[in-house]
Write a protein that binds this ligand. Structure first.
Ligand code: NOJ
Length: 529
C-alpha cells in the first residue's frame, strides 16, 4: 500500500510556503496511522522547478527548497522506524536545461562530444528555422527548441518531449547509461527502498528521428524503443536486487494502457507499472469489470490499482461529472462534489478489495477535490503556457494539504510562515486532517478503517499470500459483486438500490444502507460467513 507524496504540497516545515522534507518527516505518524506501508516521493533533487522538480539539475543532491541530504537521511531513517519504505522518483528521460551537462553541451558547440549526450540537430528550412522533425511535446507545441550558439548566431535545435526546460538525454550514449547506474547506486547506498521511473517507456529514441507523419499506421512511435529499454531495466533490476532487503521498482508508462505495459513487466525488469486503465475508467460497472479482468488476466496483480496522482484531475471531481473518465477537461462543466464524494467513498472500497497493491495520492484520504479556479497568474504547470492557456494543467490536484481546520493556511506550514504556494479553497476547512480525525463518518475515517481491515484480512489469509483470486458473483446490471478471501465486495453503480447477497455481517459500508438495501453509488464489504 503505497502513499504518493507530492512533496511541495504535502507539508511545509520551514515556513516558506512550499512543502519539504522536514514537513514530511513531522507527519510520518499520520501516514503510519493511516495504514500505508510505503511512500513514493516525487522528485526531491536540485531543480529550477520548471516542471515541479521533474527538471533535474543535480541528481545527487536535494533542492534547498526541500532541505538537505541530511534531511533526506533523517527522513529515510524516520520512515524506516515507522516501518514505511521510501520509494524515490528517478527522472532518466530528461534533465533540466540548467544541468551542467546541458550547459556544457550548449557551450561546446555543434559537433562536440558534449552535445551527443542530448539530441541536438540542425533545423530544416532555408536557414534552419524549422524544427528538425514533427514530433510534438507532450505538454503542447513542438518537441524542439532552437538555441543561440555561443557566438550569438541562431543555432541547432534540441529535443524535449516535455517542456523546453527539460532536454531529453540521448540513451544511445554510454555515458548517459553509466551516469544513471551511478545515480541509482548513490541513492541505494543512502538506504532508499525503491525507484519510480518517470516516463519509463520513452528513454530510447529511434536515432533516425523520423517524422511521425511518415510512419505506417499503428507503427511504434520513434520515442518508444522497447527493445533497447528491456536491457536497461534488466540491468537496473539486477543492481537493485544486489542490495539486501525487499525493494520496489515501479515504472510510470505515461498513461499507457495495459497491453503496452506488459513487455516491461516480463522477466527481470520492472516489478510493477501503474494501472492507468483503472485510473482512466469511467464510473461504469461494465468498463470497470473489463479493466479488472483484463488486468488480472494480463499480469496478475502486478499493476497496482490507482485512482489519482499528481498528473490527473482528482477522481472525486471526475466522478462528479457527466463524463467520469477524462483526465484534463478544458470544458467539462461543473462537478457535483456531493455525488463525487459518494462515488469516491465507494471507489476506495472497490479498489482496496482487489488483489494486489494500491497507490493512494495524497489528500484523497481527506476527500479533496480538484481546485479548478486557481487564478491564472498563479498557475505554475508548464502545460498552461505551452497550450496557449487552452489547458489549465495539473495544479488543481497539487494544492497544499489542509492539516488543521483553525490554523492559517490550514496548518500546511508554521502559523507565522508564508502562505501555501497555491491558495486552498475555504471549504477545505471541513476537510482538514484534524477535523476529520474526530469524525467517524469522514473520508479519513473510512480510509483508516478500510486499510486496517484490509491488512487484517490479508494477515488472516496467510495460507495464500499474494492470492490473486477474485470470483465474480451474480449481480444485477450496474452492480459489481465479487468474493475474495475473507470478504465479499459489492459496489452499486446503478441508479437503483439493490439487495445484498447472502452474508454473515456487514464489515464496512461507504455510506448508510437504506432499509437493508445498498443505495446507488455505495459499496459494502461483507463477511462471507
Ligand atoms: C511524468 C510525471 O508524472 C509528470 O509530473 C512530469 O511532468 C512528466 N513525467 C515529465 O517528467
Amino acid at each position: 500500500m503505497v502513499y504518493q507524496v507530492y512533496l511541495r504540497s504535502f507539508a511545509d516545515g520551514n515556513g516558506d510556503g512550499v512543502g519539504d522534507l522536514a514537513g514530511l518527516t513531522a507527519r510520518l505518524p499520520y501516514l503510519s496511522d493511516l495504514g500505508v506501508t510505503a511512500l513514493w516521493l516525487t522528485p526531491w533533487y536540485v531543480s529550477p522547478m520548471a516542471d515541479g522538480g521533474y527538471d533535474v539539475a543535480d541528481y545527487r543532491d536535494i533542492d534547498p527548497v526541500f532541505g538537505t541530504l541530511a534531511d533526506a537521511a533523517d527522513l529515510v531513517a524516520a520512515a524506516h522506524a515507522h516501518h514505511l519504505k521510501v520509494i524515490i522518483d528517478i527522472v532518466p528521460n530528461h534533465c533540466s536545461d540548467q544541468h551542467p551537462w546541458f550547459r556544457a553541451a550548449v557551450a561546446a558547440g555543434p559537433g562536440s562530444a558534449e552535445r551527443t549526450k542530448f539530441w541536438f540537430r540542425p533545423g530544416r528550412g532555408e536557414s534552419g528555422e524549422l524544427p528538425p522533425n514533427d514530433w510534438p511535446s507532450k505538454f503542447g507545441g513542438s518537441a524542439w527548441t532552437r538555441i543561440t550558439e555561443p557566438d550569438g548566431s541562431p543555432g541547432e535545435w534540441y529535443l524535449h518531449l516535455f517542456a523546453a526546460e527539460q532536454p531529453d538525454f540521448n540513451w544511445d550514449n554510454p555515458a548517459v547509461r553509466a551516469e544513471f547506474v551511478d545515480i541509482l547506486r548513490f541513492w541505494l547506498d543512502r538506504g532508499v527502498d525503491g525507484f519510480r521511473i518517470d516516463v519509463a517507456d520513452t528513454l530510447v529514441k529511434d536515432s533516425a528521428l523520423p517524422d511521425v507523419a511518415s510512419l505506417a499506421p499503428g507503427a511504434r512511435l520513434p520515442w518508444e524503443d522497447q527493445d533497447a529499454l528491456h536491457g536497461i531495466y534488466r540491468s537496473w533490476r539486477a543492481l537493485i536486487d544486489s542490495y539486501p532487503g525487499d525493494r520496489v521498482f515501479v515504472g510510470e508508462l505515461w498513461m499507457k494502457p495495459l497491453p503496452a505495459m506488459r513487455p516491461y513487466l516480463l522477466g527481470d525488469q520492472l516489478h510493477t507499472a501503474f494501472n492507468f486503465d483503472f485510473l482512466g475508467a469511467p464510473w461504469e460497472a461494465g468498463r470497470l469489470r473489463e479493466v479488472i479482468d483484463g488486468t488480472l488476466d494480463a499480469i496478475g496483480a502486478a499493476a497496482p490499482w490507482v485512482l489519482s496522482n499528481h498528473d490527473v484531475t482528482r477522481h472525486l471531481t471526475r466522478y462528479g461529472r457527466a463524463s467520469t473518465s477524462t483526465r484534463w477537461q478544458p470544458d467539462a462543466g461543473p462537478a457535483d462534489l456531493a455525488l463525487g464524494t459518494r462515488r469516491a467513498r465507494a471507489a476506495i472500497l472497490l479498489m482496496l478489495a482487489l488483489p494486489g497493491g494500491c497507490y493512494l495520492y495524497q489528500g484523497e484520504e481527506l476527500g479533496l477535490w480538484e481546485v479548478e479556479d486557481i487564478p491564472a497568474e498563479l498557475i505554475a504547470d508548464p502545460i498552461f503556457e505551452r497550450t496557449g492557456h487552452a489547458l489549465r494543467g495539473r495544479d488543481g490536484c497539487r494544492v497544499p494539504l489542509p492539516w488543521q481546520a483553525d490554523a492559517p493556511g490550514f496548518g500546511f506550514g508554521p502559523a507565522d510562515g508564508t502562505p501555501p504556494w497555491l491558495p486552498q479553497p475555504r471549504e477545505w476547512r471541513q476537510l482538514a486532517a484534524d477535523h476529520e480525525a474526530g469524525d467517524d463518518t469522514s473520508m479519513l475515517a473510512l480510509y483508516r478503517t478500510a486499510l486496517r481491515l484490509r491488512a487484517a484480512l490479508a494477515a488472516a489469509d496467510d495460507a495464500s499470500p499474494g492470492d490473486n483470486r477474485l470470483d465474480w458473483l451474480d449481480s444485477p446490471a450496474g452492480v459489481l459483486a465479487f468474493a475474495r478471501p475473507g470478504l465479499q465486495a459489492v459496489v452499486n453503480l446503478s441508479a437503483e438500490p439493490v439487495a445484498l447477497p447472502q452474508h454473515a455481517e456487514v464489515l464496512l459500508a461507504s455510506g448508510p444502507l437504506d432499509a437493508g438495501l445498498l443505495p446507488p453509488d455505495t459499496a459494502v464489504w461483507l463477511s462471507r460467513g
